[in-house]
Design a protein around this ligand. Structure first.
Ligand SMILES: Nc1ncnc2c1ncn2[C@@H]1O[C@H](COP(=O)(O)OP(=O)(O)OP(=O)(O)O)[C@@H](O)[C@H]1O
Length: 249
């Protein structure tokens, strides 16, 4: 599904300098990794793509919907599943209830959301934890609950903001396994600082720096920025990232 920004201007306050000052970006229609240094604007971009925040100027397009057309906002938000960095447990709910609740928030009926929650838990290997209190889980389990509640309404576009941050290598590997086996979303955008972590998952790459796009293209074109092609994909991804950031904007 088409996912793009057009001439977006956005700042967190009227008097602060803009995070984006006319950002136009076409997100490729596949699994894309979003890279960029701290403060580059990755999380802000994700929240704008999910229409959780309105740009001051410009628009987001998701499929045929536009964020600057009032009647489009509800279907646009339903088409998108956004997993922010912090997953907040809903006090007093079990894992399955929390996942179903997010389906209901996206416009599903209660019965439909309850039904869909089981499938989301199955896809994220959480069926065994369905009746556990959602506030009493490990970091890795909480991330998987975050993923389950993001996919419960079967979005066409999936936005995952640093989904593996703070996880140990085993949990990262397990989360990656879950991610690669998901059968939702024809457009998936994953922000990360761990280039190596997701190298086997991404088809294309976007690099942001200081609110500007520094690279958008296929993974192959991205890796071609690394000079030593005999290195592993992980090492080439790191070298390519450094090279792209060093190039003149
Ligand atoms: N709630 C906020 N209020 C004010 N400024 C903010 C807020 N959130 C982010 N910013 C600023 O917006 C800019 C972009 O931040 P953002 O979190 O989008 O970057 P990021 O690329 O996701 O960074 P990181 O990799 O550290 O998560 C930064 O300059 C940041 O200080």
């Amino acid at each position: 599904m088409k996912l793009s920004t057009e001439e977006i201007i956005y700042s967190y306050g009227w008097f602060s300098s803009p995070v984006f000052d006319g950002l136009s970006l076409d997100i490729p229609n596949e699994c894309t990794v979003l890279l960029g240094p701290n403060g580059a604007g990755k999380s802000t971009l994700m929240s704008l793509l999910a229409s959780a925040a309105p740009p001051r100027r410009g628009r987001v397009r998701v499929g045929s919907w536009r964020s600057d057309r009032r009647r489009d906002l509800a279907p646009l938000r339903r088409a998108v599943g956004w997993m922010p960095q912090d997953i907040v447990p809903v006090t007093g709910l079990t894992v399955r209830e929390q996942v179903a609740y997010h389906g209901w928030l996206k416009g599903m009926s209660r019965a439909e959301a309850w039904q869909a929650s089981f499938e989301a838990l199955r896809q994220t290997n959480l069926v065994d934890l369905a009746d556990r209190s959602s506030g009493k889980l490990s970091g890795g389990q909480t991330r998987r609950v975050g993923l389950a509640q993001t996919i419960v309404h079967r979005p066409s576009v999936l936005l995952l903001d640093e989904p593996t941050a703070g996880l140990d290598p085993a949990q990262r590997s397990s989360f990656r396994g879950v991610l690669s086996s998901l059968s939702v979303g024809d457009t998936v955008l994953v922000s990360t600082h761990q280039t190596s972590d997701l190298s086997d998952l991404f088809d294309s790459v976007v690099v942001l720096s200081e609110g500007r796009s520094r690279f958008t293209g296929s993974a192959e074109a991205f890796l071609a920025h690394a000079t030593d092609s005999s290195e592993s994909v992980e090492r080439r991804a790191e070298a390519a990232y450094t090279a792209v950031l060093k190039e003149a904007p």
